[in-house]
Structures are given as C-alpha cells and as structure tokens.
Write a protein that binds this ligand. Structure first.
Ligand code: 5AD
Ligand code: SF4
Length: 499
C-alpha cells in the first residue's frame, strides 16, 4: 500500500517548485460546421509558474484574451502567442524561465508569426530589461496590467514590442469572471486580495505585486455563487496575506483612516468575509491561504470553529524560530507570539492542522539560530511545510543591507535537517488519523493507481482509497487503515452527510 503515496498534499500558494501548468484546450472555436466557415480564432498557449495567485491570474488573462478572439491551446506548435506567467521569488524560478525561453528559439524560427509574452512577477521586476536581454520576447506585462493585453497584443501584431508594468492601487479584477483552466470541476481559486504590504526583508513580492488591496466582497460572493451553480465543491480564498483583508469601499488598506465613519463601521474584515462565504454556501468547502501570524485574529479562528464547511487547516509561515532572525527579516512577530497564537488555535480547534514555510541560511543565521528553528518545529510538529534556502533577491532590504553570509554547503545541510525533521513530524501527524473516519472530497484518480481515488480530508491531508462506485466531486467518509508521511490510505464507508 505504501506505493500509493501521492506527492505534496497542496501547492504552497507562494511556492515555486519548478512545475509548470499548461492549459487544456477549450471548445475549439475554429471548427467548421457543415455549411458555414466559422471565423478562425487565434490560439494562445499559457504556462504558469510560482504561487497559486499566479495560476489564478492566468485564468484572468484567459478571460481577457477570450474577449479579443483568442482561444487556448495546449499544443505549443499551434499557438500564435505563447505566454509565460512567471515567478521571481527565488533566483532559481527566474533561471527556469530563461531556460524555457531558449527552448522557444527554434519555435520562433519555424513560425515567424509566433509572439512571446512574459507576464507576472518577473515581468514586473525586470521591466524593459527583459526585452533587451531576451531578444525573442515581444511582450512584457506586469500583474496589474492584464486588462491592457488586447491593446498590447495589437501593438505586437503590428510588429512592435509592447510593455505595461504599471502597478495599480485599486486593480483587483473584480469585474472579470476567470476562465477556469485545467479545472477538475471540483476546486477553484478565488482571489480576495492582491499585493502585500508586509515588507519582509527577504521578499520580492511587495515590489512585483505592489501595494495590498482587497476585492469587493460582493464580487467574491458572486464568484462563489457562480462556482456553486457550476457544481464546484471547494474554493480556496487566495491572497498574499488573507487575514489582512479589509473592504471599506475600495482603495488601499492604509487609507482606512481617511474613510467616513459609516465606511469604517460597515467595513468587512477577513473574519466577516469568511463567515459570509460559509453561511451562504454551507455545501461548499472553504479553504484559505496564506495567513500571517501578526494579522491572524481570534475572530477568524472562532469563525473557523463555528462553521463545519471551513476547513481545519492554517498555512502559517514562520520563516525562522530565532527572534534575532525574525527581527532581521522584519517579521512582525516573535517566536513566543507565534507559539502563543498556535496555542490559541489549538484551544479553539484542537484538531486544526498547521503548515509552515521556513527559510534557512538567512543572513546572519548562526548554528544557534538554526537550532532554535529546529526547536520551534519540535514544539509545534507541523503537519507539513515548505522549506527553502535563502535566495538573495535584488532590491529587497536584505539584499541592500545584509551580506548573504551563510555558505551554500551550510544552507544545504540546514535545509536537509529541517526537511528530515518535517518528514518525521508529518508522519507523526498522519498517524493520528489511523483507524479514524475522515471526510474526503474526491478530486481525481490517484497518480499511482487507476483503481484508486485521491482527495483531501478537512485538514488538507491527501487521502487515497479504492474507487468502488464513487465519483469525482463526491464527499465520502473513509476509514483510515494505513499512512505514509504525506498520504492517508483507507476504504470508503459511505457518502458523508455533506454529499
Ligand atoms: N529566499 C528563499 N525563500 C523565500 N521565500 C520568499 N522569499 C524568499 C527568498 N528570498 C519563501 C518564504 C515564503 C515562501 C513563499 O517563499 O518562505 O513564505
Ligand atoms: Fe507568486 Fe510572484 Fe511571489 Fe512568485 S514572486 S510566489 S509568482 S507573488
């Protein structure tokens, strides 16, 4: 049974893991009917890298482009336009894109009409430099400029290079209905905030995605309604920092003090938004990511406890277990405050699973600091986590002020140590489910066997079990009989009450 182990249970919303996604073709608008020749639509191919926000943005891009006569293809050679939605979080993410561009050279030679566009964080970070450095790039578009794509593509089609990397104070794409890509028809992302104001000293996101802004709750609820109508069963509310969601009529969060009294008293925070979603859609499972320790409120935890359809999982990056390093990272919490928050979460939701992001080898990290990170992990015993070696990013405060002074071999060894410890804790957590009944939402056929379904339980652990007569999208109770560190294995014992 161990052979059925799945890969990492969920994608870290900020994670770059070298994987890309290309989209499946939608209805082919260029097909001809018996008597008429339908206008041939142009085809574009899009690949997304990086976090879930980026994947979600690609669905906005697909929607914008479909309005200007483009349909999607997953065959590179059929495309007249190739778009890479890129990530800048670590240097390696950018190197992957550069290598990918090299591969497109030959395609461009054989198809002179082919245009290539770079979207997302790398576009925003490098701006016109990308066009100068990568001769095959025709189009560079930052995360807040996707509505301008039709104009920019027109320009490119006239043989010019085009670029728009303007960041916006209020763009949330709330008026765009995302064109779902590569969807299993079961779970979908809904983006609720854009940008980030946290200014962690290692992080490029505030520069690539701009200031933090929240999306109109009405449009979030509309999107949720639409997904439910289309039979989706789970939504993931997305933002760089969901707990800091605040709607008081639009604009930047820092401008709340300029709002009227009525705007202030009717403002909607994340706890209220979560409740609105949960109460109005009791059959939809709701997840959210990513949380930040300094912004997560007890109200949010209470709302999670109150509604069965809000999943008991919190992705709560800590980055380091050392107060000295947390301070140098400009994290707005101490080790003690973080542990205190987890204690309060566990008091209110005892079985809540917690996952982490940790960076090793941040400038100045001593062996003692590293030991404190290992110690913090021992205290919390995370269910799973995403761990990285520090990668210096141009323009960040850490790059400007701090020497990248932990050598590569030490970074590597420290990473191995925390990954090993995490695996031990993950197994400890999965074992807690042995012989228990869990509710699973079936998402897809297991990668390891056609005869098994793969889905996730409420706590976000992957569960694999024999298919029997169940179907994708069913909520099923599964008795857990075995586990690995990343996967629970069991047998279905019937539909759950949510079905
Ligand atoms: N180097 C390494 N890891 C980073 N992350 C963000 N910036 C960097 C960087 N410069 C990690 C953090 C964050 C996750 C999305 O990526 O752990 O939470
Ligand atoms: Fe997402 Fe951009 Fe951050 Fe990469 S750099 S994780 S794409 S926000």
């Amino acid at each position: 049974m161990k052979g059925l182990e799945e890969t990492i249970p969920v994608k870290n919303p900020y994670e770059y893991n070298g994987e890309s996604l290309h989209i499946s073709p939608h209805t082919n608008q260029s097909e001809t009917t018996d008597n008429e020749v339908v206008k041939k639509s142009k085809k574009f191919y899009i690949e997304s890298y990086g976090c879930a926000m980026n994947f979600s943005d690609s669905e906005i891009v697909a929607s914008v482009l479909s309005k200007s006569g483009y349909s999607t293809t997953n065959i590179l050679e059929d495309a007249e336009l190739i778009l890479l939605n890129t990530c800048s979080i670590r240097e390696k993410a950018e190197q992957t894109i550069r290598k990918k561009l090299e591969k497109f050279n030959s395609l461009k030679k054989s198809n002179k009409q082919l245009k290539i566009g770079i979207l997302g964080c790398m576009a925003e970070r490098l701006k016109s430099k990308l066009i100068e450095e990568e001769k095959i790039v025709d189009l560079v578009v930052g995360p807040d400029a996707y509505k301008d794509l039709p104009n920019l593509i027109d320009k490119v089609e006239r043989g010019q290079k085009a670029i728009n990397v303007l960041l916006s104070k209020d763009e949330t794409y709330s008026d765009i209905s995302p064109h779902r890509l590569n969807s299993n028809g079961v779970n979908a992302f809904i983006s609720i905030t854009r940008g980030c104001d946290n200014m962690c000293t290692f992080c490029v996101v505030p520069f690539t995605r701009g200031r933090e802004r929240s999306r109109d709750p009405q449009s979030i609820i509309e999107e949720l309604k639409d997904l439910e109508k289309k039979d989706y069963k789970e939504v993931i509310l997305l933002g760089q920092n969901v707990d800091s969601y605040l709607w008081f009529g639009g604009g930047l969060k820092k401008d709340l003090n300029k709002a009227s009294e009525i705007q202030k008293t009717t403002a909607i925070n994340f706890a209220k938004l979560l409740e609105l979603c949960a109460i109005n859609h009791p059959k939809i499972r709701i997840r959210f990511s990513t949380s930040n320790p300094q912004d997560m409120s007890i109200d949010v935890i209470n709302i999670m406890a109150k509604y069965d359809n809000i999943c008991n999982h919190i992705h709560l990056p800590v980055q380091s277990g050392s107060n000295k390093i947390l301070k140098a990272m400009n994290r707005q919490h101490s080790r003690e405050e973080y542990i205190d928050l987890i204690d309060r979460i566990k008091q209110i939701i005892p079985n809540c699973s917690i996952s982490q992001d940790i960076i090793v080898g941040f400038p100045g990290e001593s062996e003692e600091d590293h030991k404190q990170t290992l110690g913090l992990m021992e205290t919390i015993k995370y269910s799973f986590g995403y761990m990285y070696k520090y990668s210096e990013r141009p323009g960040t405060l850490a790059q400007r002020k701090l020497a990248d002074d932990v050598n590569e071999a030490t970074k590597k060894r420290r990473l191995e140590e925390i990954v090993e410890l995490q695996q031990k804790h993950s197994l400890h957590r999965t074992k807690e489910f042995l012989n228990k009944k869990v509710e699973v939402l079936i998402e897809k056929t297991s990668k390891k066997s056609q005869l098994y379904w793969s889905g996730r339980n409420n706590e976000n652990t992957v569960v694999v079990f024999p298919k029997e007569n169940y179907n994708v999208g069913d909520f099923v109770n599964v008795k857990i009989t075995d586990c690995t560190s990343a996967t629970l294995l069991g047998n279905a014992i019937g539909y759950s009450k949510n079905n």
